[in-house]
Every structure is written in structure tokens, then in C-alpha cells.
Design a protein around this ligand. Structure first.
Ligand SMILES: Nc1ncnc2c1ncn2[C@@H]1O[C@H](COP(=O)(O)OP(=O)(O)O)[C@@H](O)[C@H]1O
Ligand SMILES: [Mg+2]
Length: 179
């Protein structure tokens, strides 16, 4: 299936060592004796400051692409660079500079929004975790819901909290799968 993209934002020359650079990326999955080619020779680049959308029908390879950029899957061939780091050779460095919101929301439903944001801020050693949580609750319109358990949140509120969690450590590159 085919993938296409739309790009918005900063114009100007590409900076190969920043943003995102995919060169001839392929991904093949084994399913029993069959090989499923999820990506074939995918090449694109995203400049710093650019908002980039990857479009394609179900099964086109969008999630696979994001998982490769997030170091959750290894490309079968090709090169993927995120903020100047190679996802295969420097996965630890990539993980430090990315924020990820996966297609499936991964939040602890028993915790409150404020608790989750504070925990993540602590994990990332953000200087003032409580202040950071407050800031993000406000930014995403969740101040009132901050002390409610996440299981009482609507789908949209959970999505907003998921996004806030992905931003706790001020990542250079934000990867969003069907936000
Ligand atoms: N872990 C996996 N094992 C086998 N096949 C997979 C796996 N993940 C994805 N695929 C296959 O790869 C193709 C692309 O899937 P995906 O990247 O999830 O597409 P999209 O997100 O664009 O809907 C599909 O054919 C899917 O079935
Ligand atoms: Mg998907």
C-alpha cells in the first residue's frame, strides 16, 4: 500500500543532522512461513520546527514507521536518523530526545492526571515536578480534572493527558500515532 505525507511549517534548506531523516527504510515481518513487507524503500525528511503528517490507509505502515523512529522496532534495511542520532546504532540517545504518544493510550487508569504527570517528571529528573505537572495540566485544559482518576476521563481527555505525558521532558521530536 502507499504512504503519502503533508508537511507544514519552517521552510528552508534541509538540515540532515536534525529533525528526522529516513533513507530507503524497509521492514519485513515474518508471519509463519510468509514474509509481510510492511515498508519498502521509505524515504523522507522532516526539518526542525516542521509539523509532518504521514497519511495512508489501514495497514500502510504508519505505526511501523513510528515504532522504528521510536526505537521500538528495528528496520530490516535502510537508515533512520532522529535529531541526529541513528535509531539502530544510538537508540539510547534517540530515546532521550523523543516524546511518543502511541496509537494505544498507555496510562494507569487508577492514578490521577496530576500523579501521572508528576511521576513522569520525576522519572525524567525534571527540576520542579509538581510545577511541571501543573503547567501541563493547564496547557491541556485539565486543571479541573487534575485530581480525578484517569478512568473517569473521557476519550479526548485521556488523549490530551497522554500528549501532556509525552511532553514532560520537553522532547526535541514528538512522535504521535493517530493523535
Ligand atoms: N508485529 C507484526 N507482525 C506481523 N505483521 C505486522 C506487525 N506489525 C505490523 N504488521 C503488518 O505490517 C503492515 C503495516 O502495519 P501498520 O504499520 O500497523 O499499519 P498502519 O499503522 O498504517 O495501519 C500490516 O500489514 C500489518 O499487518
Ligand atoms: Mg497504525
Amino acid at each position: 500500500m502507499s504512504l503519502s505525507h503533508v508537511a507544514r511549517g519552517a521552510a528552508g534548506p534541509a538540515l540532515p543532522s536534525c529533525g528526522i531523516e529516513l533513507i530507503d527504510v524497509a521492514k519485513t515481518f515474518r508471519r509463519g512461513t510468509r514474509a509481510v513487507q510492511a515498508l519498502r524503500s521509505l524515504t523522507f525528511s522532516v526539518r526542525p520546527g516542521q509539523v509532518f503528517g504521514l497519511l495512508g490507509p489501514n495497514g500502510a505502515g504508519k505505526t511501523t514507521t513510528i515504532r522504528i523512529l521510536a526505537t521500538l522496532a528495528r528496520p530490516s534495511a535502510g537508515t533512520a536518523i532522529v535529531a541526529g542520532y541513528d535509531v539502530v546504532r544510538q537508540p539510547q540517545l534517540v530515546r532521550r530526545v523523543i516524546g511518543v504518544a502511541n496509537q494505544e493510550i498507555g496510562l494507569d487508569l487508577r492514578a490521577t492526571g496530576r500523579e501521572l504527570l508528576t511521576w513522569h517528571a520525576r522519572l525524567w529528573a525534571v527540576p520542579d515536578p509538581l510545577k511541571k505537572a501543573e503547567e501541563l495540566l493547564q496547557r491541556f485544559g485539565l486543571t479541573e480534572a487534575g485530581d480525578w482518576p484517569v478512568r473517569t476521563y473521557s476519550g479526548g481527555m485521556r488523549r490530551r493527558l497522554d500528549l501532556a505525558v509525552a511532553l514532560v521532558h520537553a522532547p526535541k521530536v514528538l512522535l504521535l500515532d493517530e493523535p
